[in-house]
Design a protein around this ligand. Sequence first.
Ligand SMILES: *[C@@H]1O[C@H](CO)[C@@H](O)[C@H](O)[C@H]1NC(C)=O
Ligand SMILES: *[C@@H]1O[C@H](CO)[C@@H](O)[C@H](O)[C@H]1NC(C)=O
Length: 336
Amino acid sequence: MKWFTLSLALVAPSQAALRFGCSTISIQRLDPLVEPGRIPSAHVHQIVGGNAFAPDMPTGSKNNISTTATCTSCFFSEDFSNYWTAVLYFKARNGTYKRVPLVANSALEGSTDGMTIYYTQKDFNSNGNAKITAFPPGFRMTIGSPTVNNKAGVVNGLRYTCLQNINTRGAETAELPAKACPAGIMAIHHFPACWDGKNLDSPDHQSHMYSTTKVGTFVEAGPCPSSHPVRVPQLAYETIWDTTKFNDKSQWPADGSQPFVWSMGDKTGYATHGDYVFGWKGDALQKAMDSSCMFQACGNGKPLLSQSKDAINKCKVKSTVTEDTEGWLTALPGQM
Ligand SMILES: *[C@@H]1O[C@H](CO)[C@@H](O)[C@H](O)[C@H]1NC(C)=O
Ligand SMILES: *[C@@H]1O[C@H](CO)[C@@H](O)[C@H](O)[C@H]1NC(C)=O
């Protein structure tokens, strides 16, 4: 009997995983992680999370965004982290560009645009009985690079799904889809989940992390190497670009190629990248990882605090960079 109880305990791991929406707080040319203080930065980003986002953000142990932010656009109100990616533009046959709108994940409450954020453990449903260590204050990282221009340079976590309907998942490609997608294009960023346990950041913003992530949606990552022994949450972004109003083939390039281009000028999709600045209040993220809640059911104080749709969509950051990112543009901002 005793043995039976013990084995039950072993097969009932804490299964916590977070999946939640965050609305857009800003779309502008800033990049406090890679180009701190540079106004404007090289290319346009879309940003979600806390309103302490700024051209230059305190680094290392000085990082106090979890106390200086006064609101967040995320469902969990103790999450003042910032999450951002490049912005997708449509290039019409006449050569002008229009930003593609963002839409929220249909399965989530709250956000109306922005991104879906995940903090998973072993895979989509469980943690494999491993201790998952939350990111520490001051932690930052990036994935991918705006200069990658070939498939071999694309790391496993970076993919696209051509949405046949708003709920399509899987069928991931390393390239931007070649054909018109009936319900939009989902850009996917699965960050590395192995940390060196020492550095909050590194000069390239990546070498303090190690990726054992496999290709494919929420597949279990391999074991962490001794150089990066600490298993942290598997952070992932899903960003749905509503390309549907640009599916008129008469506006696509005459050579039949696809018309979407990232804000840094990349038409292949290989240069997709994402940035993360940790900003959860106190030990909220660790508490969630140690619990057994799933997705938005982790809110309402069980164990995380969450907020209303109105509060999520009200939190914004005023643009520091005043330039048009939204009209029909003759050039991508910053790209000559
Ligand atoms: C946050 O950190 C910045 C930079 O170190 C500092 O100027 C500011 O006073 C701090 N604010 C609070 C509320 O701790
Ligand atoms: C270019 O094409 C788009 C899409 O048809 C149109 O909305 C825009 O006004 C055009 N711009 C110019 C300068 O012709």
